[in-house]
Design a protein around this ligand. Structure first.
Ligand code: ACM
Length: 627
């Protein structure tokens, strides 16, 4: 060791080890990689000291046994080579969800103040093991945990994903599987969008038609928004709902993984499924059906729109509040957390404007603008929730009609609603379209199914949830939102969620100063392998070239390309041949030839094609100019 060159070489080796062997998402607060590793083998023992720790220790033993083939059992005490300990004296730095993890060649010690911290420490431990830990069945690999020291705790207390089960129905098992994946990423909030125009998904025993009628629509496939109306007499066969028992089972499943469920009943707009069941609750009382994705609204490009079919509850009808009281009584009983999300977004007021009852109410309340009727409605809803001991949470439109300070605001139309709400003293959850809408297209629109907007992984990763000038104490945290108009099954829900969900897990958990895109992409690529082992779907859009077209000089179209992943070479053709590594290699701006060309682009890494072949005809290219 006296030889400085040897010492230098050793340090370089350790450095390389540190970079290659530990790859965690989300990135922990402090991570120090040490020399050596702990080997899990048939002699490994797991111990715990309290009933809460036992639950985590049993789960770890089960997972390890299933993958390694060793019969590991968790035992009471402190004798295990893997110890799960709850701190007798809380470590203030860790809070409720933090943990410390120390692995040496001799063993692993996981410590936390509370069960949630142990749960997250176990998730980190699993990520430290070879990817085969994620697979089904026994794998013959070297089951090592690198020696290291971790101190870890979340930046935000609210780390969520919203899942829309109205536009498409997802079974109880789908929902559990999705929550299980989120919990591994240290998300702690599952916002369950249970009602909308396309299906009412929660049993309300006192209002049985909500699910007898509201949970079912005619079966349609194809692009949502372009689908055909129901035919005369056509049976409503697509759909489903969760019974009270289903909800209780899912709530418990989530709680076992430190996930709180926030239910959303979206009112007064987005209520077509409820109105299909109880048309008397609208202004016109017209018969409507649960919508299968027909073109029922016109959008004018500046956020304003017209509903061609009425989908709003009538705020001037006392029966509406009686209805909501019944709904929220049952919802409040089923979900133990303090919040109920009541929607409030995209409420079209055209039918209110024409309604005599609404006009009379406005006069009585001295309200000049119909928009402010929503404020009245939301305040009535807040009073109903308060009676049930629940706090109101709503989309940022709830600010427009005026809402009490105690309401929590979910900022979705960018961050401006969140900034305004925080300045007014509201608590805020950040979910802006610009960074957190994981229903948006994440790759090239010629590859991925078309969605109305695009959001790349790098943009999501760049999200900073606390806007400048806003008091951080008002920002509870944030979410990703997965709307499912174009998501018919769980595999595609996973594809849309990941890897952007990994980015958001890190945005909401890891310290702001830890943000490092190149390092994150490296971990994302590692995590692809783990997702493969776990049979979790994800998008590989980071390998697909990002194609920009502009007007070049001399009237030609100019092609510019970049990619999110490192170490890619992009090859392209415009002569109707398939691009390979002997085709032109993209370096800098290309002037495309005139005429009816087709551009074909393929990225390569280490001599192998990676990501998708992108094929664009001239008309497609022209449509992209300046985009
Ligand atoms: C929303 O995306 N309508 C909240």
């Amino acid at each position: 060791m006296k030889n400085p060159l040897f010492l230098f070489a050793l340090l370089v080796c350790l450095q390389v080890r540190a970079q290659t062997s530990v790859s965690l998402i989300p990135q922990p607060v402090e991570l120090q990689v040490l020399v050596g590793s702990f080997v899990v083998d048939a002699k490994t023992t797991i111990s715990f000291t309290t009933p809460e720790a036992k639950k985590m220790a049993d789960a770890l033993a089960q997972k390890l046994s299933a993958a390694t083939g060793f019969s590991l059992v968790a035992k009471n005490g402190t004798a295990g080579t893997i110890k799960l300990l709850l701190n007798q004296t809380p470590n203030a730095q860790l809070g409720r969800e933090g943990y410390t993890l120390e692995a040496t060649t001799k063993g692993v010690v996981l410590q936390a103040n509370q069960a949630a911290g142990l749960f997250y420490g176990v998730q980190t431990m699993l990520q430290l093991l070879p990817k085969e830990i994620e697979g089904k069945g026994v794998a013959k690999v070297n089951w090592v945990i690198p020696a290291l020291k971790i101190t870890d705790y979340p930046r935000f207390g609210w780390r969520g994903i919203m899942f829309d089960v109205s536009r498409h129905f997802f079974s109880k098992d789908d929902v559990k599987k999705y929550i299980d994946q989120l919990a591994k990423l240290k998300f702690n909030t599952f916002h369950w969008h249970l009602t909308d125009d396309n299906g009412w998904r929660i049993e309300i025993k006192s209002l049985p038609k909500l699910t007898e009628i509201g949970a079912w629509r005619v079966a349609r496939t194809g692009h949502y928004g372009d689908r055909a109306e129901p035919k005369e007499g056509e049976a409503a066969t697509y759909g489903g709902f969760y019974t009270h028992d289903d909800v209780r089972e899912i709530v418990q499943f989530a709680a076992d993984r430190n996930v709180t469920i926030v239910p959303e009943i979206d009112v007064p707009g987005h209520s077509m499924a409820a109105l299909a069941a109880y048309p008397e609750l609208s202004c016109t009382k017209a018969k409507v059906y649960v919508n299968p994705g027909t073109p029922f609204s016109d959008w004018y490009g500046n956020g304003t729109f017209k509903m061609k079919v009425e989908n709003t509850l009538n705020p001037s009808d006392e029966k509406v509040y009686e209805f909501l009281d019944k709904v929220f009584t049952e919802v409040a009983e089923l979900f133990p957390n303090q919040y109920i999300h009541v929607g409030g977004d995209e409420c079209y007021k055209g039918y209110w404007l024409q309604d005599a009852g609404c006009q009379a109410l406005m006069k009585k309340l001295n309200i000049r603008h119909v928009e402010d009727l929503q404020g009245y409605f939301m305040n009535r809803v807040e009073q109903i929730l308060a009676k049930k001991g629940k706090k109101l949470l709503g989309w940022d439109e709830i600010l427009e009609g005026g809402i009490s300070k105690s309401a929590t605001v979910m900022s979705w139309r960018g961050v401006k609603g969140g900034i305004e709400a925080a300045h007014l003293g509201h608590d805020v959850v950040m979910t802006p379209t610009t960074f957190a809408y994981i229903d948006y297209n994440q790759g090239d629109v010629s590859v991925d199914p078309p969605i109305y907007a695009n959001l790349r992984l790098q943009k999501t990763y760049s999200f900073e949830p606390v806007p400048e000038g806003v008091e951080a104490k008002h920002i509870l945290g944030g979410q990703g939102n997965l709307w499912t108009e174009q998501i018919p099954n769980l595999r595609h829900a996973e594809y849309m969620t990941y890897p952007r969900g990994w980015a958001l897990a890190e945005v909401y958990w890891s310290p702001k100063a830890a943000k490092n895109w190149p390092n994150f992409v490296e971990r994302v690529e590692n995590y692809f392998d783990r997702a493969d082992a776990a049979a979790v779907n994800y998008s590989r859009a980071i390998y697909d070239p990002i194609i920009k077209i502009t007007h070049g000089s001399s009237g030609k179209l100019a092609l510019e390309m970049e990619s999110e992943a490192p170490n890619l070479s992009i090859y392209y053709t415009t002569d109707d041949t398939m691009p390979d590594q002997f085709s032109p290699k993209y370096g800098t701006l290309v002037a495309l030839p005139d005429g009816p060309i087709t551009l074909r682009v393929q990225a390569f890494r280490n001599g192998k094609p990676i990501g998708h072949l992108i094929t664009l005809k001239r008309a497609d290219l022209e449509k992209r100019i300046g985009r």
